[in-house]
Design a protein around this ligand. Sequence first.
Ligand code: NAD
Ligand code: ZN
Length: 358
Amino acid sequence: MFRNFKSVEKAAYGRGSFDKLGEILEPHRNDGAKYLIFFVDEYFKENEPFIGRLPLKEGDALEYISVAEEPTTELINSLRDKYLEEKGLPSGVVGIGGGSVLDVAKAISLMFTNEGSSALYQGLNLIKKPGIFACGVPTISGTGAEVSMTAVLTGPEKKLGLKCDWTVLNQIVLDPDLIASVPDNQWFYTGMDNYIHCVESSSGQYKNTFSEAFGEKSLAMCRKVFLELDRSDPESDELMMVASYMGGLSLTYSEVGVCHALSYGLSKILHIHHGIANCIAFNVLEDVYGDYVKEFKTIVAKHNIEIPANQSADWSDETIDEMVEISIKLEHMWRHAFGDNWSEVLDRERIKIWFKRM
Ligand code: NAD
Ligand code: ZN
């Protein structure tokens, strides 16, 4: 086993650290055409006090990102082309939002320096040059995007990340105050993404002590958040924010597995968002993840969350086949879950059965 990854260069943590963003960004304003682009989740558009706290300077750009759809290669290409044409190469980018907006910031930072469509770079180590400075400020916790080496994009053919050392953010600002406003359902779905990262990273052949150390701690924090504390307890958001960071590291040094492979099919074909797609898939995976799925169901019941079930009755055979095709291509996930000879224990029929259970 050999793992050698780049980490986030600087991580600010603490309540109120968002107000230090101006100071943090100041040294990064001198490259290119000397302006920064702030990509902000559209959810904050009407929130004037929040927008008023952004350290915008003359010449900076503020771009609201709708996350109704997960980020696409087309979105990244068009934003990149627009800014290069109108204002020239920025000094850096700042993403403020959930996994979707963080991925936009990560992907566009790379695409400012790599030519052609971002769809050309979906995969491992396909990026040719380092991107420009990129800072991420999560406003919802669980995806681990703030720390991972992936910027997940949906392209014309696949949902797959631009994955390389240069994808990792240069700076992150973790302020637990920012996640307090996340609606309960979304808080649950994205939080469970973290839970599933920890379960999957420790359930497969790539698991190792380094990954497990992050995963075990993250899982313990996640359990405290979802099984012990009330959400209004201030400790809850602090734990969740750090759990997401550690869960992201756990999966970076190992791999995700069956649930993510199925969930990518749901997202690509049916446009179901990552967190909820994972919950739909994990809910039917007791034969793979046993007691973890039982625990997941306890958490679901405790929080009165409705996980969509009996969906497959409305899916045509073609739709299911399309999802199976997306899933089966994610060989690295199957290899992790079932070993190098995964194709001997897994075929399209078995994947189809899981989809039919949903
Ligand atoms: P998201 O970014 O899609 O946002 C979900 C919802 O929460 C949106 O409606 C958004 O407006 C809202 N929201 C965000 N912050 C809020 C706040 N503070 N208050 C109120 N509402 C808020 O959600 P996510 O689950 O964080 O991210 C999912 C995306 O992350 C998917 O595109 C997925 O592919 C990607 N992902 C990336 C990685 C990675 O390593 N890069 C890992 C897992 C998932
Ligand atoms: Zn995930």
